[in-house]
Design a binder for this molecule. Structure first.
Ligand SMILES: Nc1nc(=O)c2c([nH]1)NC[C@@H]1CN(c3ccc(C(=O)N[C@@H](CCC(=O)O)C(=O)O)cc3)CN21
Ligand SMILES: CC(C)C(=O)C(=O)O
Ligand SMILES: [Mg+2]
Length: 291
């Protein structure tokens, strides 16, 4: 096979490689300004969740440019059924750990259910904790038109906001986990939500579980980047829950997930090998002992 030239690769990188969010050479921390420039260049980028310093440091070294301390920590890290019970104290603690474990990635802290729904002032008080106590570079909150005023006050106050529309899991008790934006009326609502969060000043918007064609249209219409999860291939960025894509989540994972590793098996096998060694007297050996 002949080598593809840079111009022929699906995603042409800047020739010096210094600007790309992924694969670029920069070592300083990525900002929301860098995210905006990536959309101008037509560059796609990856985002993963992270909930602890150790995992976040692995992804930082791998070059993942944006990490979300998702409230999916509720079901993926803290043992709750859903994201609904997660508290702002918990999100602050987890976000601080992810910031400490990274030096390049932009860290986005998810505002948990109940920490911004009362209104813009509550949203600002909650977001300020994530910025001051955890050190995140941006926050995320759910809702389109309904969250416009919260987004606006945060942005005016100097806190970059990633919006999140389509399936909004904090509303599971009202809407379930269903595809959003199917049918003309729902599609129009999603477009209104997308424009509302852009108008309010969001620097990016997550589109969760919406038809690929509609996500593509939103991506064309907006000047801020779209971050898809179960939203097809045309969004500017893609996000997955890290424990899902590495095969660590216990139980069912959404069907939009691609599995890139089987850590549940790898970790289970390692735990059993250790246990067998201990029970069988083959660990520790002399090389693991002090005299
Ligand atoms: N482990 C995990 N992965 C996630 O992606 C995730 C979380 N947890 N928690 C927070 C939200 C909730 N999310 C969810 C939860 C359920 C479905 C789900 O059941 N989807 C169905 C399709 C439903 C339909 O077709 O209408 C599926 O089979 O994928 C999807 C996203 C995404 N987020
Ligand atoms: C699924 C992503 C977008 C999220 O909000 C989370 O992980 O909490
Ligand atoms: Mg979330």
């Amino acid at each position: 096979m002949t080598q593809l030239s840079a111009a022929q690769t699906p995603q042409a990188k800047p020739s010096d490689g210094s600007k790309a969010l992924y694969g670029g050479k920069g070592t300083r921390r990525i900002t929301v300004r860098d995210i905006a420039l990536a959309k101008e260049r037509g560059e796609k980028w990856p985002m993963l969740t992270a909930y602890d310093a150790m995992t976040a440091s692995v992804f930082d070294e791998a070059g993942i440019p944006v990490m979300l301390v998702g409230d999916s920590a509720g079901n993926c890290h803290l043992g709750y059924e859903t994201t609904v019970p997660v508290t702002l104290d918990e999100m602050t603690m987890l976000s601080a750990a992810v910031v400490r474990g990274t030096s390049r990635a932009l860290i986005v802290g998810d505002l948990p259910f109940g920490s911004y729904q009362e209104g813009p002032v509550q949203a600002l008080r909650s977001a300020t904790r994530l910025v001051k106590e955890a050190g995140v570079g941006a926050v995320k909150l759910e809702g389109g038109e309904r969250s416009h005023d919260q987004i606006r006050l945060l942005v005016e106050s100097g806190i970059p906001v990633m919006a999140h529309i389509g399936l909004t899991p904090q509303s599971v008790n009202a809407m379930g986990y269903r595809v959003q934006g199917r049918g003309e009326e729902a599609a129009q609502q999603l477009l209104r939500d997308a424009k509302a969060v852009q108008d309010a000043g969001a620097f990016a918007v997550v589109l969760e579980l919406v038809p690929a064609e509609l996500a593509a249209e939103v991506t064309r219409v907006l000047h801020i980047p779209t971050v898809g999860i179960g939203a097809g291939p045309e969004t500017d960025a893609q996000v997955l829950v890290w424990t899902d894509m590495m095969g660590l989540t216990g139980g069912r994972v959404p069907k939009f997930v691609k599995q890139y590793a089987d850590l549940r098996r790898a970790m289970g096998d390692a735990a059993k090998a250790f246990a067998d060694d201990v029970v069988g007297g083959t660990f520790p050996l002399d090389e693991h002992s002090v005299h």
